[in-house]
Design a protein around this ligand. Structure first.
Ligand code: NAP
Length: 599
């Protein structure tokens, strides 16, 4: 490499000074850091890897992990010869204190050589004047032979190290399949090793419950500890690490690949998941669904937590579709007191499970949830510290979808006595049928599967209408299948789509729930519950005919505002959820103008 031009040299000096200052703070305040993991597979990638590291540090990362598994590959002799100089450059030009990791194929990495090569490289690097802040060595390697152990101990600083070295040892253990059966034993082995400065365990979570075990490991730590769950269930362990005293968490750079499944980017961790603001006192909320990663509920609630300076975070919480998964996961999260779960939003397919769960646990629920058997909000009130776990928590289920939809339609005064065509008899359709009846509307229910519409009408008939006291038989009638709607057109004043047709990303995204021969007119009010996209094919047709249209975001924003108020006790700042959702939609549209944005 030739001499650097003056400006580049000055910039490099600046980064080096910044890295030194960060290193000092790392030694003093050694928790809650974001480590950006950057794989460097080839010498030609060094420049871009350094640029990625600088961008990540500017974005909030305070440690850089150089993953040099492939860079020092001994099976490529020409590369192995220069390996040390490549890694030296990464360490000296690293914009923050760094970890050097050479992960074997067996533990999910790309290093193809044998353990002796790897450890010899580490030993040389630890003793090198440009030694990194940390060396990461797998526990399995460390335990494989006394000789390897000895070499590792010689290369890092610890109480019995006679040499003046700068590098500390991270002992790590990974399982990419699931929770290792000997997890506790592995942690104990790392803790008892005098040369180990940081304990790191990571495994693929099989459900959200694995995160709770990671938190337990952090709470009981005897040394600085990193405990992370990989995969889609593991986000919580990455985001909430500071709440339980995690030493650091891993993220990826904006342009680099993830080094473990489920790694968010540094920016996502900082901005979307408020990493810098998570504390032991942070109350946890979330949205339970399957799938749920597309949900915008966390963005809305987190914006309001920020705006109201509420010490809380709202996270996506994927829970598989079965009742057993829902019951076990939600139960475990509520009973794990240190998590401080304050409430959850619940979406497809768990709204009915929530009602059953709250009933089984002796909780209370709003009248609409009790009658339609589906709820989208759980509020958890914590009891006194000396109560038994079950008695400690009082649970309340609420349905905010229904009042939100009624309000979006203009409230009871706009509905009483009006003829409403409700399209769909699924979860949302059922709940809206009860709400519209209560509001005094005359309902015509249409559904692809006619029998479901008939069953819903039968249920409505056996329930009293709370709002009007009207005979239910007089207000709800089976309209038929969706194709039958045209026959009733002259009576219909309001239409509500509660089917999933028109939803972006679905096979039926281009479809409207009403057949082509259905004629909308100017006097109709037409609402869609689908909110991505805002203008569904159904609404576009209605608008073209001059009908008044109400898009699904009107309901979505209102149901979220009601949830927030139930949890926190006061409404979110006026207009905040609306502007947050609009901004997200604009971003998604810019990112995929072709319309592949997900909700
Ligand atoms: P669900 O329980 O799965 O019900 C789906 C409904 O759509 C059923 O009536 C179903 O008819 C019908 N359907 C599905 N595929 C169809 C097809 N190919 N042709 C005709 N009909 C079809 O779902 P859900 O929980 O009720 O949710 C429905 C929609 O509500 C979702 O798409 C969601 O976007 C929206 N939603 C909006 C909000 C909001 O705040 N805006 C809140 C919650 C939900 P069958 O009975 O014949 O299967």
């Amino acid at each position: 490499m030739g001499p650097l031009p003056d400006s580049a040299a000055a910039q490099l000096r600046g980064w080096t000074l910044a890295a030194r200052l960060l290193d000092q703070s790392l030694r003093i305040r050694a928790v809650n850091l974001i480590a950006v993991a950057i794989p460097v597979d080839d010498a030609e990638e060094i420049e871009s890897a350094l640029a990625a590291a600088r961008a990540a540090v500017q974005g909030g990362a305070r440690l850089v992990e150089w993953r040099v598994d492939a860079l020092i590959d001994p099976l490529l002799p020409e590369r192995a010869m220069d390996a040390m100089s490549f890694v030296r450059r990464l360490v000296t030009e690293s914009p923050a204190p760094c970890i050097v990791t050479v992960r074997s194929e067996r533990e999910g990495g790309a290093f193809r050589g044998d353990d002796t090569d790897r450890v010899s490289f580490m030993e040389a690097l630890g003793a090198d004047p440009t030694a990194p802040r940390y060396l990461d060595v797998e526990l399995a390697v460390f335990e494989r032979s006394a000789n390897l152990r000895q070499k590792v101990r010689l290369s890092v600083m610890h109480e019995r190290q006679p040499r003046d070295l700068k590098t500390s040892l991270i002992l790590s253990s990974h399982d990419f399949e699931g929770r290792p059966t000997d997890l506790q034993k592995r942690v104990a082995a790392m803790v008892s090793e005098p040369a180990c400065a940081v304990v790191k365990v990571a495994w693929r979570a099989r459900s959200l419950r694995d995160n709770l075990e990671a938190f337990e490991l952090l709470r009981e730590r005897a040394k600085p500890t990193v405990a992370l769950c990989m995969g889609e269930f593991g986000l919580m362990s990455r985001v909430l690490a500071p709440k339980f005293g995690g030493f650091f968490t891993f993220a990826r750079g904006a342009t680099t690949e993830e080094t473990a499944a489920g790694q968010p980017t540094v920016r996502e961790l900082r901005d979307r998941w408020r990493y810098g603001r998570i504390r032991s006192t942070t109350q946890v909320y979330g949205v339970i669904g399957w799938p749920v990663s597309h949900s915008r509920s966390p963005d809305l609630h987190n914006a309001a937590f920020d705006a109201t300076a509420t010490d809380a975070i709202h996270l996506p919480m994927p829970v598989e579709a079965s009742w057993e998964s829902f019951k076990a996961t939600l139960g475990a999260m509520i009973d794990f007191e240190p998590l401080m779960l304050g409430g959850v939003s619940v979406t497809l397919p768990h709204k009915e499970h929530l009602v059953r769960f709250v009933r089984e646990r002796g909780g209370t629920m709003c009248p609409i949830s009790a009658r339609c058997g589906s709820a989208n909000t759980l509020i958890i009130r914590r009891g006194g510290a000396d109560a038994t776990p079950h008695a400690q928590n009082s649970l309340h289920a609420a349905n905010t979808d229904v009042p939100a939809a009624i309000a979006a339609l203009g409230g009871e005064s706009a509905l009483r006595g009006r003829c409403v065509a409700l399209l769909g008899a699924g979860g949302v359709g059922r709940a809206l049928a009860f709400g519209l009846c209560d509001a005094g509307a005359r309902l015509l229910i249409f559904n692809r599967t006619r029998a479901r519409a008939e069953a819903l009408v039968a249920e409505l008939e056996s329930a009293a209408c709370v709002g009007t006291g009207a005979s239910p038989r007089a207000v709800a009638t089976v309209g038929g299948t969706l194709d039958d709607a045209a026959r009733h057109r002259d009576h219909i004043e309001i239409i509500v789509n509660a089917t999933s047709l028109g939803m972006r990303g679905e096979a039926t995204e281009a479809r409207s729930p009403l057949p082509g021969n259905f004629e909308f007119n100017r006097g109709m009010v037409v609402m869609d519950t689908v909110y991505t996209p805002r203008l569904t094919p159904f609404l576009l047709r209605a608008r073209a005919a001059g009908a008044t249209i109400i898009d699904g975001s009107e309901m979505f924003v209102r149901q979220a505002e009601a949830q927030f108020k139930m949890w926190i006790g006061s409404a979110p700042p006026g207009g905040l959820f609306r502007s947050t959702l609009d901004a997200l939609d604009a971003l998604a549209t810019r990112a995929s103008p072709g319309g592949t944005e997900s909700a």
